[in-house]
Design a protein around this ligand. Sequence first.
Ligand code: BTN
Length: 247
Amino acid sequence: LGKQIIHKATTNSTQQVAHQAARENAEHGTVIIADEQTEGKGRMERHWHSPKNKGIWMSLILRPPIPPAAAPQLTLLTATVLADVITEYTTASPNIKWPNDLLIRDKKTAGILTEMQAEQDRIKYVVAGIGINVNHSYDNFPSEISNKATSLKLETGQDLQVVPIIQHILRCFERSYDAFIRDGFSTIKNKWESYGYKIGEAIKIRTNHEILEATFTGIAEDGALLVHTDSDGTRKMYSGEIEWFRK
Ligand code: BTN
């Protein structure tokens, strides 16, 4: 991972650069990094605020030999890698909010955007986008997110260098990815659950066709969210957003 690194001072979105590079046959493990993104992309078509030199904005091109249905597991893998790196590099204690948010003290510090190109039952490539708010001060956030977003610096008081963090992410990612490809998602599940946010609590999940209130009991062997409702018993959820917590 990271044998090929494309660095941009400014770009629209490292996801877009990565898709383009992947279509032009960039090899597995190619990394795109930008100091600033003008059109950073979040999940659900949201904008991802990516000011210059305040965070880590990067995308990894992966060519995993797994079926397309297993690709969401890469999001959970990436989240555990980021949680490990934040734990090792800072004094903060991160949690992972399923599927892709890293929270510190209930506020979002990092997000992951996993996008896939597949044909029939084969993955052509995956772009794993990672955004980490590192050195933002309070007024570096737009007002509409300033009460839900935070940065490593705001949470820890530490001034952090991004390059060693990036290097550490790449090392940890490679180790975790290799184990995942060799031995499957069971290599990640326990660690994910140790960081999991609100396991055992009542949650509300919004999917494309329903809003479900349930108890979050953990994640399944395939990375699905496991929830329990009195009427349906245990259910597996593959997509959706945990929107609101009753407790
Ligand atoms: C989310 O939480 O909604 C996902 C945010 C992902 C942001 C990263 S920053 C690097 C990469 N390039 C983008 O445009 N988005 C991802």
